[in-house]
Every structure is written in C-alpha cells, then in structure tokens.
Ligand binder design. Sequence first.
Ligand SMILES: Nc1nc2c(ncn2[C@@H]2O[C@H](COP(=O)(O)OP(=O)(O)O)[C@@H](O)[C@H]2O)c(=O)[nH]1
Ligand SMILES: [Mg+2]
Length: 379
Amino acid sequence: MASVEWRRIPTVLYPQEVLDKSFKRASKQSDLVEDPDKYHRVRKQMSRMVQASSDTIAETLLKWVDKWPSLNAQSSFDQALVDAAVGADEYRRNLGAIQWAAERVRSIAGESQSKMLRYRNIEAFHSERRHAYGRMSSIIDQISQNILWLGEARDILRKLPSIDASEPCIVVTGAPNVGKSALITVLSSGEPEVASYPFTTKRLHVGHFDHRRRTYQLVDTPGLLDRPMTERNQIEMQAIAALENIGDVVLFLLDLTEDSDMSLENQENLLAEVSDLLSDKEIIIVYSKADLIDEIEEGNMSVSSTTGIGIEELRLKLIETIDADAVIDPLALPDDWPRVNEEIEPIGSPEEIAKRREKAEMHAPRWEREMQKKKKRRD
Ligand SMILES: Nc1nc2c(ncn2[C@@H]2O[C@H](COP(=O)(O)OP(=O)(O)O)[C@@H](O)[C@H]2O)c(=O)[nH]1
Ligand SMILES: [Mg+2]
C-alpha cells in the first residue's frame, strides 16, 4: 500500500468557477461550428454547447473524485488522520455528492440533445440550450456546499503527513524539546517534510533514509504522545492506535539536560505511559543531546544531533530492530563481506554445495548482523 500524497490533491474551484469555466469553453466550441445553413448551424452550435459544458463540468467533478484517495484503500493510519482532520463519513458523503452531480449533468445533456433533434425551429434550439444550462447550474447549486467543503478539506489534508504503509516506519517520541525533530533531521537524507497532525498546532517532521533498497521513514509525534493520558481525547487515541499500526519501532528520547520542559521523573512516567499505549512495539530508549551530558550508565545509548555522536550506531540499531533489512537479492553479499579467496574450491558434491548455499541464503540477514557486530567491535 503506497502512501497518499496529500499535497497532490488538485485545487478545488468554487461552484461558480466550475460553471464559468464550462460555459466559456462551450462558447468557444460553438464558434468552431461551420455550416452555411443557419438552421443547421444553430442546431449544431446549441447541441455542441450543451455537450461541451456538460463534459467540462463532469470531467472537473470526476477528476476530483478520482484524485481524492478512496478511504477504504488507505492504511489505518491515514484513515485515522482523515477522520480526525475532516471526518471520514463527511469525506465519503461529499465525494459521493460530487459524483452524483457529474452523472446528473451528463444525463441532462443527453436529454437536451435528443430534444433538439426533434425541434424544428431556431428559437427552440436556443431555448433548449438555455434550459439545459439552467438545469446544470441548478445541479451545481445543489452541491455547492459539498464543493465548498472539498475546498476547505483540501487545505487541511494537504498538511497531513504522508507515510508509506509498505515501508518501515520509526515513530520518534518523548517529551517536548528533547530533540526529536533535530534527530529526525540528522538521520534523514534531505530535508524532512513538515506536516501537521489534525489535533495539534505543532509542526511534525517526516524524514527518511534509504538502506539496502528500503526506505526507513521517521516521524515525530508532537502533541500526540507527549501529554498525559487524561488530556487525550477520543480522536487522539484513535490516531495513537493507528501509529501503533504503522510504526515498526518506537524511539523514545530522554533528555538529561535542563532543556526539557519535563523533569526526568516525568519523562520516565511518560515513557511508562507510551510503553503501555504501544505495548506491542519494541521501544528503543536513547538519551539525547549527548554533547551536553557528562556520562550515562553503561549499556544505554546516547546520541547528539549537534555533533553526530552515536547517530550511525543508532541508525544500525534501528535497522537491526526493524529486521526489515532482508537482502532482496539473495545472492548479494553485504558491502563489507570479505572477498572469497579464489583458490578455495567448494568442498563436497554439487548437491551438497547447492544445499549449503540455499541454507546460507536463507540466513543472509543473520550473517549480516554478525558482520555488523564484528565491525562495531573493530571500530
Ligand atoms: N546541544 C544539543 N542541542 C540539541 C540537540 N538536539 C536538539 N537540541 C536543541 O534542543 C531544542 C529542542 O530540539 P527539537 O528537535 O526541536 O525538540 P523536539 O521538541 O523534541 O522536536 C532545540 O533548541 C535544539 O537545537 C543535541 O543533540 N545537542
Ligand atoms: Mg519538534
């Protein structure tokens, strides 16, 4: 399941703009009609105007329906965000109305054109065209609230984070000001995307890095996981449940410096709460701002986004924990795999060799972990 590119949702016109654009285009079409006989010319012109305006209206509306992602096909994370941001039922209902209108406008054009075939005077063609325009305008009028809703919803949805449910995702959390956003920035290749959750005014960051053809996404959680349980509402709880669904691992930052708005004790309470909320997830605990702290207890990880201390170790730890680091090409060896000495002949019958290879391939990710461990020891 790919992510929704909320930013790509096209502009929504105002209802009157839809009509203006369509009628203008229709007039241009009518100017193109050439027929020396006035009667035939007017009939063709009026018919073409009805056709062109209904085509433009229907295409405009259907393009919206088409470009707005179908909610049922989305990850539970996206569904929860949309529900919190604009309401999932409203989303479906308004798009349904738009689709209905496109179909109505098409059938109005069909009805009008078949009437024109039966009329026998020029004035009747004109009047039928006016009548059809009136009916189409009235349809747009009926869905004007839906169109306006769509325009406003687009502005909200465009700011939602885009997370690809088919790629691993690291949820970065911890108290405010502990360095979540800064960490996402240093771990990411390129500038993180700035987005927002529907229930907070704080901006969140979505970054990513690639490793062995996989994209590891990082997302922080301002205003979502950094407040006591009692302050959270239903919608936030729904989003948290969805985070649990999309996150492969939770990275919890603890800040020992004076910077954090929360005492270490409160940060630890928060950690207990987050562990409770996301109980199915592996939580990696890391001390932030290592450049400012003297020393931490043996066995704990610390990182500094400012100096880069511990960043690459953390990246490896994340990759290892997610365990999504399967070698896609089973014959590919890790980059630092020692070159096979060409003088060494494989031992055993061809069947035995093949069997050994197969077994080895199955365990490729594990070798890699061994290699990484060895490498770390060497460093
Ligand atoms: N010295 C130092 N400051 C940091 C580090 N990481 C973040 N900060 C600072 O801590 C403050 C909060 O960082 P931010 O990433 O916005 O925290 P967030 O609220 O958890 O996203 C900012 O002023 C950062 O510059 C670090 O590793 N070392
Ligand atoms: Mg932040």
